[in-house]
Design a protein around this ligand. Structure first.
Ligand code: NAD
Ligand code: TYD
Length: 335
């Protein structure tokens, strides 16, 4: 099987490629624009594999996408490429709309033309919006996105689904909860808190810190996507949750305990505009249909993640230089 992975130099896409190389016989083409979030260092473990090829380019570039499909003739697309961060989408929505909507459209059009066998569109639980206790979103829940990021993902989900309904393109949509693990760009909650704690810098908690997220270890997510690629039914949506809901403050306290830093580093800052209070997901469908379940206990996964960041301080230093400083200043200064 040959698979075109988009956004494979990012956090989850690179974990997926490392998994495919280690545990399957897939051949892989990785199309990635190498934005601030794309990093070929994440793929060092597969570099040199005869089953892996990298193409530097934009998913919005129709002729490029078509030429890859014409040359490589992949059986499937697994589509990760996105502008993936809510805070950046609030600061500048334009690239989010371009990549997440236009880019997905470009891939769907090419997949339709070349009659691909499988198209897995990787999405998020954020499309369901904030849910009051004790609700858990099933795949039938209404879409109620709050940020430019989640709205763009909801829009791309609907577009992807329309290609199944209208053209019978074999599309499957996955909606995962918050991921964490090695190689995550330190703009998201867990790696940002680990990186700041390691340097004894303040840990910025938005609002009262009682917002709830469901934490999923990245490798469990990738195994879920692989299960959908292999066993998912065409036209279906599959939630992939970590089954571990925690308020942010509790996550931050665990990071401080595991890094041996004091809770006085916690700094409450102005809340995110439109901040969703609670996400919660039911993954019963994927469990039932594919026998998948999240295997990683949160405390064990967090400890493993912290160990990775400790052992890869030079990776952290490199990704936090340059553009990251400008972003950090823009998002946090005066908050
Ligand atoms: P990431 O920001 O770490 O990586 C995104 C990758 O996409 C980068 O390598 C970047 O260079 C690439 N990219 C961006 N724009 C591109 C373009 N126009 N053309 C080609 N490549 C482009 O993101 P991530 O956290 O790995 O998320 C991957 C996917 O999973 C996204 O679709 C995201 O919406 C979804 N998702 C993420 C989470 C999470 O917790 N991180 C949870 C659920 C779903
Ligand atoms: P994030 O990792 O950005 O993921 P998402 O917004 O997609 O869920 O944020 C996770 C939670 O952590 C969210 O409720 C916002 C909060 N948060 C902070 O309190 N401080 C921060 O510096 C960041 C980045 C996030």
């Amino acid at each position: 099987m040959k698979t075109l992975v988009t956004g494979g130099a990012g956090f989850i896409g690179s974990a997926f490629i490392r998994l495919l190389i280690a545990e399957t016989d897939h051949r892989i083409v990785n199309l990635d624009k190498l934005t601030y979030a794309g990093n070929l260092e994440n793929l060092a473990p597969v570099d040199g594999s005869a089953r892996y090829r990298f193409v530097h380019g934009d998913i919005c570039d129709g002729p490029l996408v078509e030429s890859i499909l014409a040359d490589e003739r992949p059986d499937a697309i697994v589509h990760f490429a996105a502008e993936s961060h809510v805070d950046r989408s609030i600061l500048s929505p334009e690239p989010v709309i371009q990549t997440n909507l236009r880019g997905t459209f470009t891939l769907l059009e090419a997949a339709r033309k070349y009659k691909l066998d499988r198209f897995v569109h990787v999405s998020t639980d954020e499309v369901y919006g904030s849910l009051a206790l004790p609700l858990e979103a099933t795949e039938e829940f209404p879409l109620n996105p709050s940020s430019p990021y989640s709205a763009s993902k909801a829009g791309s989900d609907l577009l992807a689904r329309s290609y199944f309904v209208t053209y019978r393109l074999p599309v499957m949509i996955t909606r995962a909860s918050n991921n964490y693990g090695p190689y995550q760009f330190p703009e998201k909650l867990i790696p940002l808190m680990i990186a700041n704690a390691m340097e004894s810098r303040p840990l910025p908690v938005y609002g009262d810190g009682m917002q709830v997220r469901d934490w999923l270890y990245v490798d469990d997510h990738c195994r879920g996507i692989l299960a959908v690629l292999g066993k998912g039914r065409e036209g279906e949506i599959y939630n992939i949750g970590g089954n571990r809901s925690l308020p942010n403050l509790e996550v931050v306290r665990k990071v401080l305990a595991l890094t041996g830093r004091p809770e006085t580093l916690i700094q409450y800052v102005t809340d995110r505009p439109g901040h969703d209070r609670r996400y919660a997901l039911s993954s019963q469908k994927l469990m039932r249909e594919a026998g998948w379940q999240p295997a990683t206990d949160f405390e064990a996964g967090l400890a493993r993640t912290i160990d990775w960041y400790r052992a890869n301080a030079s990776w952290v230093a490199r990704v936090r230089s340059g553009e990251y400083r400008t972003y950090y200043e823009q998002n946090y200064a005066g908050r």
